[in-house]
Design a binder for this molecule. Structure first.
Ligand code: SF4
Length: 345
């Protein structure tokens, strides 16, 4: 399944509650929701200029799409559906709340070419959902996921790490394993970022909310990547996307522009530790897929430095025969002997 989207933002439209952490205007950088007329005009222009392609889904993000009222849902979908019918795009994707996907709404979405529904689950602990003003329960996430799958849509689930009341690493692992049990087609993971003007920002200012330590969040998100991967569930996003608006409104929390890469570096560190723990101090070459060299080395050579402090000197090199996420290790002396041939992987 491809995840190229042509996104439209409808900040907070349809949201019956104000979640503690959410400020969609700041996150999306968009003050006013697009109108159905904007959607039709923008898609026509994008189509004419080759920016809308047949492998993309037109997406409505940033609000609770299925809770904005049937008439408005129809108006947005009517604007986008002709492009689906003509094959200019692959379908429509919407993001919404778990308590707003009843059967009649699902039929309506089906009728207008919606292929994918993303649900904001955020946590699978009811006490955390209450504390953060979500207005739905973990059981709503389970039943909504079931209805979406049964109706034949692709299902995406979003979770957060380090929410108010959810700052232990074990909480994130629990939510992730509950999401795995729902067999989504993909997930998004959002470490909690504190945005100006939210209730979370007030709780943070008063000292009532203490965010998870950044390094712990990186370790636990690395665990989540490994867990979802073991279940064959792609993580299509880890961490909020950088934007001018987010930078201007961020007051703390778990943010890094390359959050996912930090987690992948941890996974490479763990792999190298498991292979090298039996080895003597010395010099080794670690072969990784060419796209993964910088992740394996780590930001500011973190992984290389860590092993060097243990007397293990690493050269990390690209090899297209090594799959993404895997490693192959050889003592560097043996590489020197076979330098004219390809290393075994
Ligand atoms: S998290 Fe989702 S449901 Fe909550 S306020 Fe933001 S957009 Fe609305």
């Amino acid at each position: 399944m491809r995840h190229k989207t042509f996104p439209f933002f409808i900040p907070h439209r349809g949201c019956p509650h104000q979640c503690s952490f959410c400020e969609q205007h700041a996150i999306s950088g968009q003050e006013i929701p697009v109108t159905p007329q904007d959607v039709a005009k923008t898609l026509s222009y994008a189509c004419a200029n080759g920016r809308l392609t047949s492998d993309m889904e037109v997406a409505f993000f940033g609000g609770s799409f299925t809770a904005i009222g049937e008439e408005t849902v129809r108006a947005y979908l009517t604007a986008a559906f002709p492009f689906v019918e003509r094959g200019d795009c692959a379908g429509i994707r919407v993001s919404t709340r778990p308590d707003a996907v009843e059967a009649p709404m699902l039929s309506l979405l089906k009728q207008y070419g919606v292929k994918t529904i993303e649900l904001g689950a955020q946590s699978m602990r009811d006490e955390v959902l209450i504390k953060n003003g979500r207005g739905h329960t973990a059981s709503d996430v389970r039943s909504a996921s079931d209805r979406i799958r049964t109706a034949g849509f692709s299902l995406g689930l979003q979770m957060m790490v380090g929410l108010y009341g959810d700052t232990r690493c074990s909480d994130a692992r629990y939510t992730a394993s509950e999401l795995c049990a729902l067999a989504p087609d993909f997930v998004r993971i959002y470490p909690t970022v504190i945005v100006k003007g939210t209730r979370l920002a007030s709780l943070y200012a008063s000292g009532e909310y203490v965010p998870m330590a950044f390094d712990d969040a990186v370790e636990v998100c690395a665990d989540l990547l490994a867990l979802f991967s073991a279940h064959g569930i792609p993580v299509i996003r880890l961490g909020l996307q950088d934007s001018v608006s987010l930078s201007a409104n961020r007051v703390g929390g778990l943010y890094h522009p390359a959050f996912r890469e930090l987690c992948e570096t941890v996974l490479y560190k763990r792999k190298m530790e498991s292979v090298l723990s039996e080895q003597m101090p010395g010099h080794y070459v670690v072969w990784v897929h060419p796209s993964c060299v910088s992740k394996a080395i780590g930001h500011q050579r973190k992984n290389v430095q860590l092993f060097q402090n243990r007397g293990v000197f690493l050269q990390i090199k690209p090899n297209p025969n090594v799959s993404v996420g895997s490693i192959s290790v050889e003592r560097s002396e043996s590489i020197a002997v076979k330098k004219s041939g390809n290393p075994r992987v």
